[in-house]
Write a protein that binds this ligand. Structure first.
Ligand code: NAD
Ligand code: PRE
Length: 354
């Protein structure tokens, strides 16, 4: 049995707690957050215990920081002043790694602490303990700054794929595929809002395309402010580069260069189709994607039809990580079950199945 302290019981801290418990119910999970959050996490059974203050933690084997990055930087300093268990493992979950690693190296250099930077590459625009999900990291990449068998074993119930990356490379990559898209989503929403003053129907006519591009504009501003402030150089570089991209397509449109415009879209399509995100949320399982209408009782109807087949997971992809809308994603244990389920749904409904 290990004692694991999770600091920050929000979406990520809560989901990690649930993932650890899935394979290691014997470990004791202790949470630290605001009192009401701690109480809620305990009531929901996400943590076993809580502590009122960050002190008396010399019995803790593993500390997981899952708070916004600016708070993480501050807490690393606090932890370095406390009496800690010899060889305690400390890790974080922050969306940027360079600043966190610099701070950890600075404050723990003369201590018996094993600090490993971490970043699970899955999440949501939702935040807080109530958004916790044991399946959040299923098949997602989980970046660590170095291998650590003990930590990886403790986190094995998250069903994530560990990958080792140095902090600078991590920050450049996530600057491109995570941080910059959040800026873009928020900008797009704000640009549309400005435009709607002149053209009031803008908000009514925004449909699936706009929704898919902007879901993450609803993400938590505290978390994202800390992300941007801890990774300014790579992000500014991506913004600059994107302006050039926009200039290039503007030029093609101005010139009415039909061939170049078509090639622009063909290239984007081909690249996206080749990316891992295109392969579905849980690629190693047997998934059936059913496009369902937004009607009361539709999910229960599908489940009733499949009641004799063993289902391992159900997901409603309203905000879609894939490119099909109103999608019910049902996972099965075997290919045989998947084939049977598909036949039943196709026979009994007119829902599109993929
Ligand atoms: N949201 C995502 O998609 C995502 C994905 C991967 C990693 N991350 C990273 O994980 C971390 C947590 O993000 P989240 O989405 O869980 O945020 P969240 O807002 O859901 O949770 C953060 C929690 O930290 C708590 N907290 C704030 N200050 C604290 C303090 N001083 N002491 C103790 N607790 C404190 C908050 O009360 C909150 O419960 C961030 O560093 C973020 O960059 C987020
Ligand atoms: O799915 C989402 O909503 C996310 O924004 C998750 C997401 C991302 O993909 O950018 C956000 C921040 C992280 O640090 C890792 C993952």
């Amino acid at each position: 049995m290990k004692k694991i302290l999770i600091i920050g019981l929000g979406l990520i801290g809560g989901s990690i707690a649930l993932g650890i418990k899935r394979t290691h119910p014997e470990h004791q999970i202790i949470g630290y957050d605001k009192k009401d959050v701690q109480n809620l996490a305990k009531t929901l059974g996400i943590i076993d215990e809580s502590i009122p203050r960050l002190e008396q933690i010399q019995e803790i084997d593993v500390i997981i920081l899952a708070a916004p990055i600016d708070v993480t930087l501050e807490i690393l300093g606090q932890l370095s002043q406390l009496k800690l268990k010899k060889d305690v493992i400390i890790t974080d979950t922050g969306s940027t790694k360079s600043r966190v690693m610099e701070r950890a190296i600075k404050v723990f250099h003369d201590k018996n602490v094993k600090f490993i930077g971490g970043h699970p590459m899955a999440g949501s625009h939702k935040s807080g303990i109530l958004a916790s999900d044991v399946n959040l990291f299923e098949n997602a990449y989980y970046v660590l700054t170095e291998e650590n068998a003990e930590l990886q074993e403790i986190l094995s119930g998250l069903h994530a794929k560990f990958i080792i990356l140095n902090p600078e490379e991590h920050d450049k990559i996530t600057g491109q595929v995570s941080h910059f898209p959040h800026i873009l989503a928020s900008s797009l929403v704000q640009q549309s809002d400005d435009y709607s003053k002149e053209h009031p129907l803008v908000k009514n006519l925004a449909a699936g395309g706009f929704r898919d591009m902007t879901r993450i504009a609803e993400a938590d501003s505290t978390m994202w402010t800390a992300v941007l402030l801890s990774n300014p150089e790579p992000i500014l570089n991506r913004i600059k580069d994107f302006k050039t991209q926009l200039d290039e397509i503007s030029e093609k449109i101005s010139l009415k260069d039909e061939k170049a415009i078509k090639s622009f879209f063909d290239t984007g399509k081909k690249i996206r189709q080749g990316m891992e995100i295109h392969k579905g949320a849980i690629p190693n399982f047997y998934d059936l994607f059913i496009s369902v209408p937004d009607e009361k009782g539709v999910i229960l109807r599908v489940l009733a039809l499949l009641q004799d087949i063993s289902i391992t997971n159900i997901k409603i992809n309203e905000e879609n990580r894939e490119d099909i809308h109103g999608q019910l994603q049902i996972s099965f244990k075997t290919e045989k079950d998947l084939v049977r389920a598909r036949e039943i749904i196709e026979f009994a409904t007119d829902f599109k199945v993929a």
